[in-house]
Design a protein around this ligand. Structure first.
Ligand SMILES: [Mn+2]
Length: 323
């Protein structure tokens, strides 16, 4: 329970402005390790619109989060300095202009070695994020949790939407498909070829059924094998979860995963060289209970804790070598 200051003894978590998990809002980058960046853009959707309200909902439902992570046994503030950077500028009816704004918003963060975590927004935002990330790291490994592969070529003649970001990213040399993996794919498709399109690009693909049959630990082993030592962009589409858990999303698919399974996957990534991440497709208007945004906020905190635990390992590893 955090203490107040300057003679104000308490700061209850339902009070104050809604930054992510009540981390400070600032655009000053000195000493920062992780920056939450809202990406309130949803002009790339093919079905239900409304993910532009995702970042605000995630912040709203993040207010109960405190900083000790009991599973990873770490107070994240001991190892990482986290800020809420605010939202990237967007123009709702202009995808390419918005992409430019998202990339140029993230570039200075990435240049400083800060890990940006994008709060979506529909999944089209991953492409301009990756442009900023690859500008520093070169082609990165993609670890992608989603019901959909998001590697279509065009949809209704358009090249930039939430069904195409990872094909564009391969074409632009932003991700290395041989180091990349997609997990949780399911749902009816237009044709069988859509199931193969990611594999043809070079990705490793795990369908929901394969994940279910193999179990979490085997899939985690596949992620570690696949990524190797490459810098990682982790992209988490909330529709990885079953709509029973996360109904507030744009293109729901039944037969998905539980909140617990999603957390188990993230907790298993301590040590992975994550250089950027996003959590996308939260659509609060379709979920009056707010549980989708609550889960999203907590998964983002899990991710922050994973990065903090990775830094902890690195620090102790360095101490071991010095002995
Ligand atoms: Mn997606």
């Amino acid at each position: 329970m955090s203490e107040g200051s300057q003679g104000i003894p308490w700061r209850p978590r339902f009070s104050g402005l809604r930054t992510f998990a009540r981390f400070p809002h600032t655009t000053a980058l000195e000493g920062v390790d992780i920056a939450l960046v809202g990406l309130p853009f949803d002009s790339g959707v093919t079905y239900r619109p409304g993910a532009r309200f995702g970042p605000a909902a995630i912040r709203e439902h993040s207010s109960r989060i405190e900083y000790f992570h009991p599973v990873l046994d770490i107070d994240v503030t001991d190892y990482v300095s986290v800020i809420d950077y605010g939202d990237a500028p967007v123009v709702p009816m202009e995808t390419e202009t918005t992409y430019h704004y998202i990339t140029t918003t993230l570039e200075p963060l990435v240049r400083c070695g800060i890990v940006p975590i994008g709060l979506g927004g529909d999944h089209s935002v991953s492409l301009p994020e990756l442009r900023a990330v690859a500008g520093r790291y070169g082609p990165v490994a993609l670890v992608h949790f989603d019901a959909h592969v998001d590697t279509w070529d065009t949809i209704w003649g358009t090249r930039y939407n939430h069904g195409t970001p990872f094909r564009r990213a391969v074409e632009e040399g932003l991700i290395d498909p041989e180091r990349s993996i997609q997990i949780g794919i399911r749902g009816p498709l237009g044709e069988r070829a859509e199931l193969d399109q990611s594999r043809e690009l070079g990705f490793e693909v795990w369908t929901a059924r394969q994940v279910r049959q193999a179990g979490t630990s085997q899939v985690l082993a596949a992620i570690w094998r696949r990524v190797g030592t490459s810098p990682v962009f982790l992209s988490f589409d909330i529709d990885f979860l079953d709509p029973v858990f996360a109904p507030g999303t744009g293109t729901p698919e039944v037969g998905g995963f539980t909140t617990w399974e999603a957390q188990e996957f993230l907790w298993g990534l301590v040590g992975l060289p994550i250089v950027a991440a996003d959590l996308v497709e939260v659509l609060p208007d379709r979920d009056p209970t707010g549980v989708t945004a609550l889960i999203a906020a907590n998964l983002v905190f899990d991710l922050i804790a994973v990065i903090a635990a990775t830094r902890k390992e690195q620090r102790h590893g360095a101490a071991d070598r010095a002995e």
